[in-house]
Design a protein around this ligand. Structure first.
Ligand code: ZN
Length: 134
């Protein structure tokens, strides 16, 4: 079951410049900055009331974020939903015919296990499932 939207991911070219912009927009600072080496990405998290925004900057020219920006430019990258049990949820969705980019849950930013659904199977929207690591 999907509990709620956990965060919205935004692809940015330059995290430092974007932080200046988003700090002014949100009237606040990010609560966390984290590099996820396996994904070649630097993540910056803002908490806005009950919601989170994740800025994503590529740390390598062949990362998924670099390719996304090359193709589509900066902007909305993915919507992440919180689930209680990511493996059960992945199994359920695979049975429903949804395709995943990664076959198994992997460690993401902000203490989460994550998996991405392929946008081909979700009307062009990149959807991330995430489960808090306890
Ligand atoms: Zn995310």
């Amino acid at each position: 079951m999907f509990n709620k939207i956990e965060h919205i991911g935004i692809a940015v070219k330059n995290a430092e410049n974007s932080m200046t912009l988003f700090n002014a927009l949100f009237q606040g600072e990010p609560y966390k900055t984290e590099v996820v080496e396996s994904e070649h990405v630097k993540t910056i998290f803002y908490q806005i009331g009950p919601n989170k925004i994740e800025l994503l900057e590529s740390t390598s020219p062949d990362s998924a974020i670099a390719k996304f920006i090359e193709k589509k430019g900066e902007g909305m990258h993915h919507v992440a939903y919180e689930v209680d049990d990511i493996s059960t949820e992945m199994e359920r969705l695979k049975k429903e015919g949804f395709q995943f980019i990664n076959e198994y849950p992997k460690k993401g930013a902000d203490n989460k296990l994550i998996a991405f659904l392929h946008p081909k199977s979700t009307n062009g929207v990149l959807i991330e499932l995430c489960q808090e690591i306890k």
